[in-house]
Design a protein around this ligand. Structure first.
Ligand SMILES: C[S@@+](CC[C@H](N)C(=O)[O-])C[C@H]1O[C@@H](n2cnc3c(N)ncnc32)[C@H](O)[C@@H]1O
Length: 282
């Protein structure tokens, strides 16, 4: 299980960590699905929203569009570099603060909604985080926790064997790098229980597929090539695959190679995004 002696969050987050490039690419890629998830929340003008773990801040503008100038959005994030990026793109009615979401400086009842995507799985004590977030809500206010699957559910539609071996290699890499076991890498399974354990009621969960077929949009290609093919896989997987499988993976991931996966007519990508919502008692 996770190693509490290791400094920083479960996945190595600290105030000095910077993966803002990866976050910008993810948000450009998943923008259609995340905006639909936000639109489905039924936010109304004048509401106050906290984005806990706002990263590079793309969501601040999407949330702010729902609550209007008469409402307000606050984004908080642990990492100084992420906060700087978020501030640079925050709309006029959004405030961005560098803060740890497990020790937030807000009065009880300050918000109508706490929104948080792909962040609670970075916390060593997600229940403490969810309990604190719940205490910041007005009666009837909601927490919405979004989580994309750690690994895409399908990316090499034509080769399930290589896809399985790559998935196992990625999981082993994460276990070795962060001293985690497989239960720590299955965040989506914990969301419903987490919200209920934090005392929230009327908990709902909805999972959508982020689905892309070739030819993909330029923002999809950038995310898939730079964030997944190069940074999540790439050299770091070499020790976990046979030479032959690693070379096959390299060819599929290389935009200059004739075998490049995204140029195949059978390229079909699926990744789930789950949004769980819970409400505090009135
Ligand atoms: C995977 S990113 C997701 C960012 C953003 N929500 C998005 O969807 O692009 C996780 C974010 O949580 C932040 N984070 C991790 N632990 C945190 C903590 N204890 N308090 C506040 N932010 C934290 C990280 O700095 C990072 O920006």
């Amino acid at each position: 299980m996770n190693n509490p002696a290791k400094p920083g969050g479960l996945l190595g987050d600290t105030a000095a960590r910077d993966y803002s490039g990866k976050l910008r690419l993810f948000n450009a890629f998943a923008e259609p699905e995340i905006r639909r998830a936000i639109a489905g929340l039924g936010l109304t003008r004048g509401m106050r929203v906290l984005d806990a773990g706002c990263g590079t801040g793309e969501t601040l503008g999407w949330l702010s569009g729902e609550v209007g100038a008469e409402g307000g959005v606050i984004g908080i994030d642990l990492a100084g570099a992420h906060v700087a990026s978020a501030r640079a793109m925050a709309p006029a009615n959004a405030l961005v603060m560098q803060a740890d979401l497990t020790v937030l400086p807000f009065a009880p009842g300050s918000f109508d909604l706490v929104w948080s995507v792909n962040t609670f799985n970075h916390l060593r004590d997600p229940l403490a985080g969810a309990t604190l977030a719940a205490s910041l809500l007005r009666p009837g206010g909601r927490i919405a926790l979004g989580q994309s699957s750690l690994l895409p559910d399908m990316y090499f539609a034509w080769d399930s064997r290589l896809e399985r071996l790559v998935n196992e290699a990625v999981r082993q890499y994460y276990r070795d790098r962060y001293q985690l076991d497989e239960r720590d890498l299955a965040a989506v399974r914990s969301l419903v229980g987490l919200l209920r354990a934090a005392g929230l009621r009327n908990v709902t969960a909805q999972t959508v597929a982020i689905e892309r077929l070739s030819p993909v949009r330029p923002e999809d290609e950038r995310y898939l090539v730079e964030t997944i093919f190069r940074d999540s896989w790439g050299e770091r997987l070499r020790p976990y695959l046979s030479g032959e499988d690693y070379e096959a993976l390299e060819r599929l991931c290389d935009p200059g190679h004739a075998d490049f996966a995204l140029h195949r007519p059978d390229f079909h990508f699926l990744q789930t995004f789950t949004l769980t919502v819970g409400e505090v008692s009135v």
